[in-house]
Design a protein around this ligand. Structure first.
Ligand SMILES: NC(=O)c1ccc[n+]([C@@H]2O[C@H](COP(=O)([O-])OP(=O)(O)OC[C@H]3O[C@@H](n4cnc5c(N)ncnc54)[C@H](O)[C@@H]3O)[C@@H](O)[C@H]2O)c1
Length: 246
């Protein structure tokens, strides 16, 4: 357990999966306010009600992170209620898998726009104030697929881009004690992996040294650590959480 008393957090893609698990963890560890951002209005409302039935510490913000204007509007709303964002979790991501020779523009562009452009748009909204206050955390979700994965040229490009962007932001923001890191999960038990065909999943499980998928709470543990004061000297890193898979 870490201490996020007095901290305001924004989590993108928070309606389900890793985003919801991370939001829950920040609430459990005392965050003063957690903004849940997602494209899925219904899922967002359901998550907000589940995580904070009284509705006193969360705000649900419908936002398409791939759309710069939508992001600006979302952070305008968040600042109006919370006053600042101390911890940003860039988690929203999608997949549109296809072998590269068959991949369409409609499959390639949105994956990069959501994961990579979206993470940059959100980071841009918070880095100015974080620099001024001399404390901040930006944590983005990369993936083991950043190292290459058949059928995921779009996704691996976006997730590798996250690593480069993280390293650059970390260098730019280190003098202001704002740390910027990313998390690269292997296979974690959420909706996103339900589209993996059964046979392929069996093969995946065999290839994972721990022979199991990870749980969202295990990723949330890592995000909480990276966001804590205990991780103040860690920046520009991409930490794999994969059960030993390289
Ligand atoms: N689950 C895994 O095995 C795994 C592995 C590696 C990386 N990741 C990454 O972790 C992150 C979360 O994954 P997950 O498994 O929880 O996925 P998920 O599909 O369960 O949840 C993703 C959430 O992002 C939201 N979203 C999608 N497009 C959006 C947009 N344009 N604007 C705002 N919100 C949007 C969705 O509505 C959804 O609530 C993603 O970036 C994913 O690429 C997941």
């Amino acid at each position: 357990m870490y201490d996020f008393n007095g901290k305001f957090v924004a989590v993108t893609g928070a309606a389900q999966g890793l985003g919801a698990a991370m939001a829950q963890r920040f609430l459990q560890d005392g965050a003063e306010g957690v903004a849940l951002l997602d494209l899925n209005r219904e899922g967002l409302q359901a998550a907000a009600t589940r995580l904070d039935p009284a509705g006193t510490r969360t705000m649900a913000v419908v936002c398409n992170v791939a759309d710069h204007r939508s992001v600006e509007e979302a952070f305008h709303q968040i600042l109006a209620r919370f006053g600042r964002v101390d911890i940003l979790i860039n988690n929203a991501g999608i997949t549109r898998d296809s072998m590269s020779h068959k991949m369409t523009v409609e499959q390639f562009d949105p994956v990069v726009q959501v994961s990579l452009n979206g993470a940059f748009y959100c980071a841009q909204q918070v880095i100015g104030p974080m620099r001024e206050q001399g404390w901040g955390r930006i944590i983005s979700l990369s993936s083991l697929a950043a190292g290459g994965n058949v059928g995921q040229a779009n996704y691996s490009a976006a997730k590798a881009g996250i690593i480069g962007m993280t390293k650059t932001l970390a260098l730019e923001l280190a003098p202001n004690y704002v740390t910027v890191n990313c998390i690269a999960p292997g296979l974690i038990n959420t909706e996103i992996i339900k589209s993996v065909p059964e046979k392929q999943m069996e093969a995946f499980l065999k290839s994972i040294p721990m022979h199991r998928v990870g749980e969202p709470e295990e990723v949330a543990n890592l995000a909480a650590f990276l966001a804590s004061d205990e991780a103040a000297y860690i920046t520009g890193q991409c930490i794999k959480i994969t059960g030993g898979l390289r």
